[in-house]
Design a protein around this ligand. Structure first.
Ligand code: F3S
Length: 397
C-alpha cells in the first residue's frame, strides 16, 4: 500500500506504540482487500464495548492501546453490557459492573466519547454525505451508508479503534464508488406501515437476495425510525450494508437490469419466522436500534396509566433519555414499571437464562435474543409489544 509520510511515521512507531499497532492492523487489512491507499476518516464508531463480548483478552488489548493511544477524530462507542450509572436496576452483578467500568475507562483514556449507543447519528456523531468514516455496528453502518450517504465498511472493534487512533482507514469496499452501485432492482409491492414492517422487509431482502445491494422502488414514505429498523435487519439476515430507495435515500445509482419483487407474502413470512410458539411473554425489549425521542414519546403515550407485568426495557442513548426526562415521558414510563435502559441493550447485556420469551419490534433483536440468550421470540408492532408488556401475553394481529 502507498502510505503518506505521516502514515509511514505511524507505521514505523514514530507516533507511539498504539498508533503503530493501529497502523499495522490497517495496513494488513488494506493488503488483504487490495486497497491502494488510506483515506482520512471524519468519525469513528467503535463496537465491541460490552465486557460480555470482549472478555479479559479484549480488555487487556484495550488497556495496552490506552497506554499511549489518543484518538484523532470524533469517536463514539456502541452499547455496553449495562446501564453505566444504574446497572443494579437491570439486575447486573457488581462483578460484571466493575469489569465493564474498567473497559469504559480504557476507552475514555484514549479520548473516546462515552456515548454507548448504536444510534450515534442521533446524538452528535452525524457524518455528511460522502464523508469517509470507519464505523462498527452493522445497523449504524447500514444507516450511515444508505440514509446519510457517508461511506464505511462494516468495521470490527479492533479495526474501528485503529481508524480512531490514526484518523485513517484503507480505501476499499464501500469507500469506492464502483462498489456502491445497486445490483438488483427490487419492486416493493407490500404496504409498510411500522418499524416492524420495515424490519420484516430487511429480513425478507436478506433471506431472498443475500448480499446484493438493492435499489427499491414502490416505497412512498419511510420515517427515520423505520429506516433505522430496516438498517438493523438487513445486514443481520445476510444482506448488504447499503441499500437504495428511490425518492428516499440520497445516493445516486444506475438502475440494475436484474429485477425482483417483495410482496405482502414475503413480509408475512418474516412475521411467521420470527414468532415462536408461546402464549406468555416475560420480557419485552424496545429500542433495537436504540429508541429515538419520537419513539419514546409514543411509548409514553401507549403506557400512560397502565402497569406492566413483564420485565420491560426501553433501550436508548443517555442523551435521548435526558430529553425524555425533560418532556415528562420518563416519568410516565417508569410509573408503569417499565425501565429505560441507557448505554446498553438486550443483546449485549448478560441476560442468558433470565427470561424465556421476549417480545420486540426488531428482527435483529430476535436474532440475538435467540442466538445469544436462548430466548423464544415474539415479533410485532410497537403497540403489540406494549400490550404484551402489560398483559404478559401475546395477542396476534
Ligand atoms: Fe443496537 Fe443492540 Fe439492537 S446494539 S441494533 S439495540 S442489538
Amino acid at each position: 500500500m502507498k502510505l503518506t509520510a505521516e502514515e509511514r511515521k505511524m507505521y514505523e512507531g514514530k507516533r507511539g506504540k498504539a498508533a503503530q499497532t493501529a497502523m499495522e492492523i490497517l495496513v494488513a487489512l488494506g493488503e488483504i482487500y487490495g486497497a491502494k491507499n488510506m483515506v482520512p476518516v471524519s468519525s469513528v464508531q467503535v463496537s465491541g464495548v460490552s465486557y460480555h463480548n470482549l472478555g479479559d483478552a479484549g480488555l487487556e488489548f484495550l488497556e495496552e492501546q490506552a497506554k499511549d493511544g489518543k484518538v484523532r477524530v470524533l469517536t463514539t462507542l456502541n452499547p455496553a453490557g449495562m446501564d453505566l450509572d444504574d446497572w443494579k436496576k437491570l439486575g447486573i452483578s457488581d462483578d460484571f459492573a466493575q469489569k465493564q467500568l474498567t473497559v469504559i475507562s480504557a476507552f475514555a483514556k484514549m479520548g473516546i466519547t462515552v456515548s454507548c449507543t448504536c444510534t450515534p447519528y442521533l446524538v452528535g456523531n452525524l457524518p455528511r454525505f460522502n464523508d469517509h468514516i470507519a464505523w462498527g455496528e452493522s445497523s449504524a453502518v447500514t444507516f450511515a451508508n444508505s440514509v446519510l450517504g457517508a461511506r464505511t465498511n462494516r468495521e470490527g472493534g479492533p479495526s474501528a479503534l485503529a481508524a480512531a487512533l490514526t484518523g485513517k482507514t484503507p480505501a476499499y469496499g464501500l469507500h469506492l464508488d464502483e462498489n456502491r452501485q445497486a445490483q438488483l432492482h427490487v419492486q416493493v409491492k407490500a404496504k409498510l406501515n411500522s418499524t416492524s414492517d420495515f424490519s420484516a422487509l430487511g429480513w425478507a431482502l436478506g433471506k431472498k437476495f443475500g448480499n446484493k445491494i438493492p435499489l427499491m422502488t414502490g416505497i412512498k414514505h419511510a420515517t427515520i425510525d423505520e429506516l433505522k429498523s430496516l438498517s438493523a435487519a438487513l445486514p443481520t439476515y445476510g444482506g448488504p450494508s447499503l441499500f437504495h430507495i428511490k425518492g428516499i435515500t440520497p445516493n445516486r445509482t444506475k438502475k440494475p437490469k436484474e429485477t425482483a419483487t417483495i410482496t405482502e407474502d414475503d413480509i408475512k413470512e418474516a412475521y411467521k419466522a420470527l414468532n415462536e410458539e408461546s402464549d406468555i411473554v416475560d420480557f419485552v425489549a424496545i429500542g433495537c436500534p436504540h429508541a429515538s425521542i419520537n419513539e419514546i414519546k409514543k411509548i409514553a403515550s401507549l403506557l400512560e396509566g397502565r402497569h406492566v407485568k413483564a420485565e420491560f426495557w426501553i433501550a436508548t442513548a443517555r442523551q435521548t433519555k435526558e430529553l425524555a426526562d425533560r418532556a415528562g415521558y420518563s416519568k410516565i414510563i417508569e410509573a408503569s414499571g417499565a425501565k429505560i435502559a441507557c448505554d446498553t441493550c438486550m443483546a449485549v447485556a448478560p441476560l442468558k437464562g433470565r427470561f424465556r420469551v421476549m417480545a420486540i419490534d426488531s428482527a435483529k433483536g430476535c436474532y440475538y435474543a435467540r442466538g445469544s440468550n436462548g430466548f423464544k421470540t415474539k415479533f410485532g408492532t410497537l403497540e403489540q409489544c406494549i400490550d404484551a408488556a402489560v398483559t404478559g401475553k401475546w395477542n396476534p394481529k
